[in-house]
Design a protein around this ligand. Structure first.
Ligand SMILES: *Cc1c(COP(=O)(O)O)cnc(C)c1O
Length: 423
């Protein structure tokens, strides 16, 4: 006999909630505190000059470049800023369309609109990531780029996506915000397309509260990114060995990274391998135990097992009602489980669905495209279906063996106890 479910008055599988779902933040400590204090003591919180400048952002960029094996990394104020800067570097703007997966955070699509281009949404497959087979449906001659998004730590099917992009002469931007450290066939996510963007916001794998980065192998794109993020300026020509002058300037923004952010990120990057190792091992151990205890369990498909960083466990249930019932029962067991983005594709958010912007006359959606962009609820049926019935359970780098036992035990108890699965 199994213990009664906590929702029915039984003893919860765990006595306390799981660790907070912030892999980088839960490991913040004295190192980050000292690094930030150094910047303050040096009275030099700005990256390009100061009183006794510590060059923390530069150190962070060099660390990340080394880790990712890319020549150019630029720290910026957020991943949203990084996405906008990436598209500006690529010259994407009014009259262009950009393919965005139906499952992503609103920033991916929002950045496209901010660049005065229009997002068109491609469906996902059972990996919850962009389905290469749906690209053809949304492609037309106004499409200039594809943004790939490895959602919650699991890689995208990059070979067919890159192949499609090459065939149609499209840029590929990898939005790796949620998935720092993910690889695909041994290549690091963020380094396979033309530009990769990262987030260091609180929720992400590494964090400084806010922050982002742009990586690219191309000097020309890097120069444009630097200029756009810094009011059109290109400082530190010697550092990069890029020859350029004011004739190359264009209007930019201020998306610069603060030295305080850079200092914290230098320390966070030292912890990445530990975070990834912890999550990966724990995740694969939980997965193999679940598969042996519940042979019919259906997990989120993984495009490349080796490349998944294991930051979350995705369980696909039969329907949305079951997913909600399971989430409720797991919550009572002190195992938090959630459907991603309220269970809805990103294009169902009212600002996208109704094409509302802060601008006049429906700009930029008012461009006279040959194929006008219209969104309908069912245009990406796999995303609609899978998002509503996939439950995610975060896997923290802090989980211990007892946590693992309780998660596996709690999942078996709930899924069997609610008659969702058989042992
Ligand atoms: C969080 C996130 C962003 C935005 O990152 P910020 O640093 O908060 O601007 C962009 N894309 C995806 C996929 C994200 O998850």
């Amino acid at each position: 006999m199994m213990d009664p479910l906590a929702i029915r008055g039984g003893k919860p599988a765990r006595s306390t909630p799981l660790p907070p779902n912030y892999p980088g933040a839960v490991l913040m400590g004295e190192e980050e505190a000292l690094a930030a204090a150094e910047v303050v003591k040096a009275r030099s919180p700005f990256r390009y000059y100061g009183i006794e400048g510590r060059h923390a952002v530069e150190t962070f960029e060099n660390t990340m470049a080394e880790k990712l094996q890319v020549p150019y990394v630029l720290g910026v104020s957020s991943c949203t800023a990084a996405l906008i800067t990436a598209m500006k570097a690529l010259g994407i703007g009014y009259g262009d369309k950009v393919i965005v997966p139906a499952v992503t955070f609103m920033a991916t699509a929002g950045a496209v609109v901010c660049c005065n281009a229009v997002p068109v949404f491609a469906d996902v497959d059972e990996s919850l990531n962009l389905a290469p087979g749906d690209l053809e449906r949304v492609y037309d001659e106004d499409v200039k780029a594809i943004i790939t998004v490895p959602v919650l730590g699991s890689p995208c099917h990059m070979v067919p996506i890159l192949e499609f992009a090459r065939r149609h002469n499209l840029y590929v931007i990898e939005d790796v915000a949620q998935s720092c450290g993910v690889t695909y066939k041994g290549r690091t996510a963020g380094t396979m397309g033309d530009i990769g963007v990262f987030s260091f916001q609180m929720n992400k794998i590494l964090t400084s509260g806010e922050g982002g980065a742009i990586v690219t192998k191309r000097a020309d794109l890097f120069e444009r990114a630097v200029r756009y993020h810094d009011q059109g300026l290109f400082r530190q020509k010697e550092r990069y060995g890029i020859e350029t002058d004011e004739t190359a300037a264009f209007t930019g923004q201020n998306y610069r990274m603060s030295e305080l952010t850079g200092a914290v990120l230098v320390e966070q990057w030292k912890k990445l391998d530990f975070i990834l190792e912890g999550m990966k091992q724990r995740h694969s151990s939980i997965v193999s135990r679940l598969r042996s205890e519940l042979p019919s369990i259906r997990l989120r498909a993984v495009i490349d097992e080796e490349g998944d960083i294991g930051s979350s466990l995705g369980i696909i249930l039969s329907d949305a009602g079951t997913a909600q019932a399971v989430a409720g029962a797991l919550g009572a067991e002190n195992i938090s489980a959630f459907t991603l983005y309220g269970g809805k594709p990103v294009y169902m958010l009212p600002q996208f669905f109704h094409q509302r912007t802060a601008d006049k006359d429906g700009f930029p959606y008012n461009y006279p495209f040959k194929n006008p962009v219209r969104y309908t609820e069912d245009m990406c049926p796999r995303a609609v279906d899978l998002l509503a019935r996939t439950l995610f359970i975060p896997v923290s780098p802090l989980l211990g063996d007892q946590d693992e036992d309780e998660i596996v035990g709690g999942l078996v108890k709930v899924l069997v106890g609610l008659n969702v699965l058989e042992r």
